[in-house]
Design a protein around this ligand. Sequence first.
Ligand code: PLP
Length: 430
Amino acid sequence: MTSNEEWAERDAAVVWHGFTQMGSYTENAPIVVDHADGHEIFDSEGNRYLDAISSLWVNTFGHHVPELDDAIRAQLERGAHTTMLGNGNRVVVELSEALARVVPVDDPHFLYASDGSSAVEQAHKIAFQYWVNRGVRGRNTFLGFGGAYHGDTIGALSLGDGGFGTKLFDPLRFPVLRAPGFDDPGCFERAATMVAEHATELAALIVEPLVQGAAGMLLAPPEGIAMLAAACREHDVLLIHDEVATGFGRTGTLFASEQCARPDILCLGKGITGGYLPMSATVASGRVFDAFTGPDLGERTLYHGHSYSGNALAAAVALRHLELIESRDVLANVRERSAELGGLLDDRIRPRRSVADIRLCGLMGGVELAPRQDGLRWGRRVCAASVERGVLLRPLGDIVVLMPPLDVTSAELHQIVRVLDDALEEVAGP
Ligand SMILES: *Cc1c(COP(=O)(O)O)cnc(C)c1O
């Protein structure tokens, strides 16, 4: 049996990990997963870790879920992938019909891709071409929020607001109009005003409804998002909701938009396959879609599409996953466990001097630490101390992210909060 440490050495020799300084990768005690089962992941020494970040927010029902495994096996018998460019596939039709019944978009049409970033790129190009196809000139600009994160590709990076060491890419970013972040309570009114002022230049406004995830779980009141939607409607600007993080039950409803406003274009990713396979989708309303119909090979066509768009294995598992969300009544669990987690955090974590704020929406949570000076790396060290105690956490700067699976149990929430409490005590003192 090879030790975890040896696997980490082999890993570091050939694998380049995202958002990770490879020079110190092995010093930060990485877990090289041997297998994952239920809510836990296991290393090759048999150590087990509760996956409290749902494998970077994509996982919903845990790992090695029998029904989801079966869906992939069954689809394998019918072929793993066929192209969506100019042809179709039955399982993709079935998935789209099932999604069409539940997405908060009028008369929805689905353009698939493989990552959240690509779903955002597609939304960006669709919004731009929508105005071109309608013969409206000058609608080249986008409005985004401070702190927004929409992905890593250049278009998504430009719509987003930097951070995470991406400032050096600024020369590659195209300019967008920027409202303040969700940490400024006046940001929605300001954004609504900007929509009015810049309506003739704006193709679309893009926002993460209810929760700016990567910004550190910053919360928006539903009325704030509704105000944006009203401004966009009034001034005929398209509204794009990036629900890559909030979609598929995270906030207690299937989509966060259900709690605030219906967008013209919706971006889905992360939880769409329950964390099994890379898939994302850009959902366009009938009004947007109709602007693209015209003569064969004509210029109203959307000339865009990825090789693995609408992958059949991913579609099969996404379809089964959507059925499971309904049949297991997981949204009720998200709401109940969210209330419970909020109570536990208020009791055990909020009173600590080392904690500045706690934010929670459904099962998207952030514990913001208050280090006494720069350079203490509390976020990193608190998460490392939690991993040592068997709970896998990963911070965003000095914010400890809590993203348990949607069917997390009460006992698991108690374990997560107990471990976080002990880790805070060790790193930050009482
Ligand atoms: C993660 C994320 C993305 C990017 O998705 P990838 O699959 O990592 O490309 C985009 N928007 C939001 C809100 C996200 O949380």
